[in-house]
Design a protein around this ligand. Sequence first.
Ligand code: ADP
Length: 545
Amino acid sequence: MHGLMQDRPLLISSLIEHAATFHPHTEIVSRLPEGTVHRTDWQGVCLRSRQVANALKTLGIQQGDRVGTLAWNSYRHLALYYGVSGSGAVLHTVNPRLFPEQIDYIVNHAEDQVLFFDTTFAPLVEQLAPRLKSVKAFIAMTDRAHMPAISVPNLMCFDELLDAQSTEYTWPEFDEKSASSLCYTSGTTGNPKGVLYSHRSTLLHTLMELAPDTFGISSAETLMLIVPMFHANAWGAPYAAAMVGAKLVLPGPHLDGESVYTLMRDEKVTFSQGVPTVWMMLFQYLDKNPQLDPRTLGVKRIGIGGAAVSRSVLERFENQFGAEVVQGWGMTETSPIGVISKLLPKHAGIDKDELVKIKLKQGRGVWGVDLKIVDADGKALPWDGVAFGNLYVRGPWIASGYYRGEGGSVLDEEGFFPTGDVATIDPDGYLQLVDRAKDVIKSGGEWISSIDVENAAASHPGVSESAVIGVSHPKWQERPLLLVVKRPGASVEPQDLLDHLGTRIAKWWLPDEVLFVDALPHTATGKLLKTKLREQYREHKLPTA
Ligand code: ADP
């Protein structure tokens, strides 16, 4: 027997209409590529997104067609989020930090029909345009005065195109399982693969994101999105903000410490989300400006994901900002939220060091995501916080495969998605990432977690950033090599670091060598690019070899 409740589809267009109806005058603040600060509100974004939908019709875009963006976080990108998906087309957010050949590949693979781009990327678009076979129009996300002088076929001005459209539009109703947006994983190996989100998966993920035991976002929030809108839909925050009518602050390309700090101060940001590397830039700015007191900012929470949170980052936000760090683990394939780190009532009053250990775990399961860890034979491992194995996840906002069948069928027989991460889960359901399966160091049949060694190194005051990789070893198969970028002006020797690590990690985990380097390579999403490091040090001979 079916229930007798209305079968209303879960559609992204409902979010923007809700925000415009119930929070019309809540601000959306953007720092534009030109550096100026622009202000609109949810009503303004709603009208603009209806104009986007009308403009797409004039451009001949049909439901299911892919519409590309090469863009920073801004109100124009936000209007595309709603206008494109709301009209039934698929928003393909292209990561501009990818290599040009990869962008070329994914735009062709997605068969984007039009490409919206920020003027920052005009030279890149001009270079790529001849190879982007499916793209029928290139739309610069700016006004007439700032149009780039480039030669590409069918170049249009965003503001002009939209100004000519009606602000009236009736959002179509369609199956909630329809595709809404497309995001390629950066693919540190092989070609990038497309993750295709649906309206249903997006709305369920959004609901979960608002809960007090996850990110707890409400209308009282001023949310600054440091995480780019081209990276897993900015972790879903543009949707979450609309669902509750929170104020949004969008920093555009200006992610340096000073720009982030001044926006936090001027807009009274209460919650901000980003990967660890951007926070390092903020800390460097604060180190150079000791007269600033981040406590006066009033930031309440900092969301961090995409890479492990180190104790030093956690404590800096807690002590210097008076802010709570909310860590999350996830991937593009998980929308991206898989687990979120929040304390339980039973943790009240426990010893500080124990508390830090819990806070540094990636997080607990949330409703909607089933977790399992399995051994090499696929046998489920116990949740004792000790046994570690390959992490699998299942749920309504987890990918079931990749766009156009790339990579074949990926789910196991129980319908779980293999994450490529290795983790433990403790009796309270806290997941702790040991490593990415390909980054773990295999030493004499045992595993060393590069994340743990890096976190221990990060707690040394002379260390700005570090990476640990396995280097081949005649006796042990692999042994750890620690690469360190020093903090400017710090005088630290390899032995100092080994002494520091010696009190923090198991003796056999200690790196066989410490090398100082000027910089470490990063992926397009700001993570350590370990494949490159492993390649670079493939022939490296450790002193112990
Ligand atoms: P990519 O980095 O390949 O572009 P994703 O952004 O989807 O793709 O990255 C997902 C991966 O990032 C996860 O599989 C995991 O290895 C890592 N990751 C995500 N969150 C965390 C976290 N809180 N701690 C450690 N690693 C994390």
